[in-house]
Design a protein around this ligand. Structure first.
Ligand code: WTA
Length: 654
């Protein structure tokens, strides 16, 4: 979080009340209702969660609601048996809603006819795919990596895995082959599901060739499934005899019914890799019963979803937002979901507004970074379109600055739609802090109050409640992560290291105001949030020092007008090596190879020395001050204070 954004947030005083038209029909119609119910769910969480889970279908009931005896290893709905796909699909068909649209999909290259999948269609597709996976010999507990563009098969294959208890790990299609390899190696995936290509800004991304490169030496992978993206001939790609199969062929003759696996509540549903402070991305574990219950409950409370809503979340299923709020949460609630393959500014900057008008979207959920980009592209784009179908707006992924909030409220919401600023993380499984749209008066920039069953506070290191400090979550909730794949210690050290393990530590700073509203101030660790994507600075630093001419590297997050934060790398080259555009290019290429284009730093600054303490620690705080043009605090603890002046000059010259 940038200092300048922080200032605008902290001086923000405006309050927006939900309209009575919205509140009157909302699930939670007033702040009093919220407060009363929230207090009840805190004093008796077990009854609350039992009643929510009881609305879903279970093959066998749980014997105990939660078991914290092994904390921080947790169990919810102990001994319960269920399958999330039964709750996402079969349940709605049984309720007579099989012909309701589940997914309305539009592809990027202007396939102007949407592909609509009803709940029945989804049932058939998911089951045929599950039967095909079974035939390949895959079974419960195996891992499958899914590397697909935002096409319906991304939803279908993910759900097919869940039908059989195959643990899915979806990899965002912007990641490089090295990133894919790291993830496959870490979890030992047997299967990779990819496509011959995907569209992005008029270009075809050749996903299969990226996968081919990734798995050259991955012994665990026995099968690769290729989805044909286009209508005609496949995009050119290699097909390895024996290992690779075309999706349309293997599902062709499969029956449309597939028995769902009876999953224990605590059987792993999926892994999703995310960046942390140190080392490689970690595989966040989510299990079945608790995640399902939490995704279900938060979706209906935060988005106040009704049968007639057309809901669109513009994230990618490759991130947690897509898992919980494109796929599982909305489908658990029998929603109609819009899914779009492409970028917001292709073929023009009005693409999103065109889609909202075309499908009469009622609920729209996006990221602040996108909103800031829309502001820059100009008001004329949304103004050209009829956005009057919208009734609720949401944001996720990073703090929203009040200017962007107000623009969203006025230009997109026509001052008529509540805005839910939702704070949460890959690790929390679902939204934790957010307004309830019919109940909570909103303040631009504040995620406001915790959801039902969630107790949030702002603490100092000693564990005292303070006005500004570290965000802390007391107690646990069904959707919380169950660990890091293969790394118990890292799980304990990262999330339960503070306050004697009594609180979950998310790694964010926060402020609590006089109304108890929470204002999230951004990460307090070495994770940078670039356009809502988490990037670990340590990951980048280790990539840079892997270059033969680099001696030392320090990467920081610096305020950025559109992206929220951007990456700035300070690099010391070997003596005698000149800082040249070629080296910058090589360093950027290393990042593209190792992570992906989205992690390339905004700026690379070469410096003869980096500011260090006398004990040799790089003072990243000073680097941030330089990058954000702040006056420097005390530099007397530096081993060599002159380094800072030299760096400032370099920064200004660049
Ligand atoms: C940040 C994304 C402020 C935060 C769902 C968190 C936010 C990280 C908000 C998780 C918000 C997410 N306001 N900051 N509404 N939502 N964040 O795992 O720093 O990709 O720790 O999950 O994003 O990112 P992740």
């Amino acid at each position: 979080m940038s200092e300048s954004n922080f200032e605008s947030i902290s001086t923000e005083k405006r309050i927006f009340n939900p309209s009575s038209a919205f509140s009157d029909s909302a699930r939670v119609p007033s702040l009093e209702d919220y407060k009363t119910k929230h207090a009840e769910t805190i004093s008796d969480p077990e009854s609350y969660w039992a009643s929510v889970a009881g609305e879903l279908e279970w093959f066998e009931p749980w014997t105990k609601i939660r078991d914290e005896s092994g904390k921080p290893f947790l169990k919810w709905f102990v001994d319960g048996k269920t399958n999330i796909t039964v709750n996402c699909i079969d349940r709605h068909i049984a309720a007579g809603q099989g012909n309701k649209a589940a997914i309305i999909w539009e592809g990027e290259p202007g396939e102007s006819d949407a592909r609509v999948l009803t709940y029945w269609d989804l049932y058939r597709e998911v089951n045929r795919c599950a039967n095909a996976l079974k035939k390949l010999g895959l079974k419960k507990g195996d891992r499958a990596a899914i590397y697909l563009p935002m096409i319906p098969e991304l939803a279908i294959t993910t759900l097919a895995c869940a039908r059989l208890g195959i643990i899915h790990t979806v990899i965002f299609a912007g990641f490089s082959s090295n990133s894919i390899r790291d993830r496959i190696d870490d979890c030992g995936a047997k299967l990779v599901i990819t496509a011959d290509g995907g569209w992005r800004r008029g270009q075809i991304l050749n996903l299969k060739s990226i996968v081919d490169e990734a798995i050259i030496d991955c012994d665990s992978v026995t099968d690769v499934i290729i989805v044909k993206r286009g209508h005609g001939d496949p995009f050119p790609c290699k097909v390895k005899e024996g290992r690779d199969k075309w999706y349309h062929r293997i599902i062709q003759d499969q029956p449309i019914h597939c028995e769902p696996e009876k999953m224990d509540s605590e059987d792993v549903l999926f892994l999703l890799y995310t960046s942390g402070t140190t080392g490689k991305p970690k595989g966040i574990i989510h299990t079945t019963g608790g995640y399902m219950t939490y995704a279900y409950d938060t979706t209906r409370n935060v988005f106040d979803i009704r049968p007639e809503d057309v809901y669109w979340c513009s994230a990618d299923i490759g991130w947690i937002t897509g898992h919980s709020y494109i796929l599982y949460g909305p489908l658990l609630n029998q929603a109609t979901v819009v899914m779009y393959e492409g970028a917001p500014n292709w073929p023009d900057s009005g693409r999103f507004w065109e889609l909202i008008e075309k499908y009469r979207v009622t609920i729209f959920y996006t990221a602040p970074t996108a909103i800031r980009a829309f502001m820059k592209w100009g008001d004329e784009w949304p103004k050209q379109r009829d956005l009057s179908s919208l009734r609720l707006l949401g944001t996720v992924g990073e703090p929203i600055n009040p200017e962007a909030w107000i623009w969203y409220h006025e230009l997109i919401g026509n001052e008529n739609c509540p805005i839910v600023d939702t704070w949460w993380q890959t690790e929390t499984g679902g939204i934790m802090i957010s307004p309830l749209p019919g109940a909570t008066p909103t303040k631009p920039g504040s995620a406001t109050l915790p959801l039902f069953g969630i107790e949030a506070d702002v603490l100092n290191e000693e564990g005292n409640s303070v006005e500004a400090g570290l965000l802390a979550i007391k107690n646990t909730w069904p959707g919380i992560m169950r660990g890091i794949w293969g790394d118990e210690q890292r799980y304990r050290d990262t999330y339960w290291c503070k306050w004697d393990g009594q609180y979950y530590f998310p790694g964010d700073g926060a402020r609590k105001d006089e109304d108890g509203y929470l204002w999230i101030l951004g990460r307090v660790d070495d994770v940078v949030n670039v356009s809502g994507h988490r990037i670990g600075t340590a990951e980048l630093e280790s990539i840079f020092v892997g270059h033969s001419n680099v001696v030392e590297a320090a990467v920081i997050g610096s305020a950025h007008e559109i992206k929220g934060q951007c990456l700035v790398a300070f690099i010391t080259l070997k003596a005698g090596v000149d800082a040249s555009p070629e080296i910058i290019d090589q360093l950027n290429q290393l990042v593209i190879q190792d992570i992906g284009k989205f992690a390339v730093p905004e700026r690379i600054i070469f410096a003869a020395d980096l500011p260090k303490t006398r004990s040799g620690k790089i003072m990243r705080r000073l680097l941030r001050d330089i990058a954000e043009g702040r006056t420097m605090g005390n530099v007397t603890t530096l081993a060599d204070p002159s380094v800072v002046e030299a760096l400032k000059r370099r920064y200004a010259e660049n």
